[in-house]
Ligand binder design. Structure first.
Ligand SMILES: [Mg+2]
Length: 349
């Protein structure tokens, strides 16, 4: 039996599992080459790049991207368990902030966590203490208590650490919720650590896409993108960065229709260290290979930039579209944190 248990293809449950597991798979595939350029990747793994996990003792290790995604999910579930209203964005952010602080504490402390008030049960998961090249902005702003909101930014960072962790926002919101609420919550979740508009606007668009895909409101990635952009453009109408982000993401979608090598298209979009580039690369790879999760992930990690984050975001999108049942068995085998992901997916399903 697969990790997700009995899974009927095409159900919301299948897509929730697909989103979380395929995101972790993209992260694990890209993590060993995060800091390699394409030439180095090809030297190490051959002309077609890295296509299989580098397993350590049989385990495909995930990085901070999946760890933080897990804590986003944990914070949202804690809010729900305390019966916080879904449209109370501010209250949710307090739960998210606590969850992210717990992650940061676990990054600097040894198991078991002692110096943290009322930790969630994730404190029992030893793998979450592993330090897997976490983003500086995330760690420092959380440990130094220099966190922010959209209206009161903590810094000017537009790193991809905000966008790469917010897929659970799209899974958490009830079917039928207002898209505006999905978008506000994702933006605020990212703005806790990333104060530049690109840092949180990319997160808003991304969660809006996940929300539509997982609920079946959009079958195609491109439709999910355009609808999320439309709502974000209305919500953040004052922001010049929203206009620029829309242009960038539409360019990514357009590039999929051009007959140019993928590596060239991806390098035109950037390297993915910053939020708008990471999402643009993921949008490109997901639209290019909507029905082939394995190929979408390979495209998303074989470039000269932030391979694990672009892999994770691409995986969240394609997995939310195709569902868990469509994910190849070899990508699910030995994937780190599978048990935690399964429990969280069950909560959202
Ligand atoms: Mg990472």
């Amino acid at each position: 039996m697969k990790t997700g248990g009995t899974m009927e293809n095409g159900t919301r449950r299948d897509r929730v599992f697909g989103c979380l597991f395929c995101g972790a798979a993209g992260d694990a595939l890209g993590y060993p080459v995060e800091f390699d350029d394409l030439e180095q990747i090809r030297l190490s793994y051959g002309e077609s790049g890295i296509r299989e996990y580098v397993r350590i003792d049989g385990v495909a290790q995930v990085s901070d991207d999946t760890q933080m995604t897990v804590f986003t999910a944990d914070g949202l579930i804690a809010a729900r368990n305390d019966a916080v209203c879904q449209d109370d964005i501010k209250a949710h952010c307090e739960y998210l902030l606590k969850a992210y602080r717990q992650w940061a504490s676990m990054q600097v402390e040894d198991y078991p966590l002692t110096d943290f008030e009322n930790p969630s049960k994730l404190a029992q998961v030893r793998e979450l203490y592993e330090v897997r090249d976490p983003g500086r902005t995330c760690i420092l702003s959380l440990l130094r208590d220099e966190t922010g909101t959209v209206s009161s930014p903590a810094n000017d960072s537009k790193g991809c650490g905000g966008v790469m962790r917010v897929a659970p926002v799209g899974l958490y919101m009830h079917p039928g919720a207002r898209m505006e609420d999905v978008i506000f919550l994702a933006a605020e979740a990212a703005a806790i650590t990333h104060g530049h508009p690109y840092g949180y606007l990319a997160a808003a668009v991304f969660a809006g896409m996940v929300y539509q895909l997982v609920n079946g409101y959009a079958e195609e990635i491109e439709l999910a993108l355009f609808r999320a952009l439309k709502t974000c453009e209305a919500v953040f109408a004052e922001s010049e960065y929203m206009t620029l982000l829309s242009e960038k993401l539409k360019e990514a979608a357009d590039l999929t229709k051009e007959n140019i090598p993928e590596k060239d298209a991806i390098s035109r979009l950037g390297e993915g260290w910053v939020a708008e580039e990471a999402l643009a690369i993921a949008v490109y790879c997901a639209i290019k290979h909507p029905d082939d999760p394995a190929q979408a992930l390979c495209s998303a990690v074989n470039h000269s930039g932030d391979s694990d984050s672009t892999g994770a975001i691409t995986g969240n999108l394609v997995g939310a579209r195709c569902g868990y049942a469509a994910l190849p068995e070899n990508l699910m085998r030995g994937l780190e944190l599978s048990e935690v992901l399964r429990e969280l997916a069950e909560e959202f399903a």
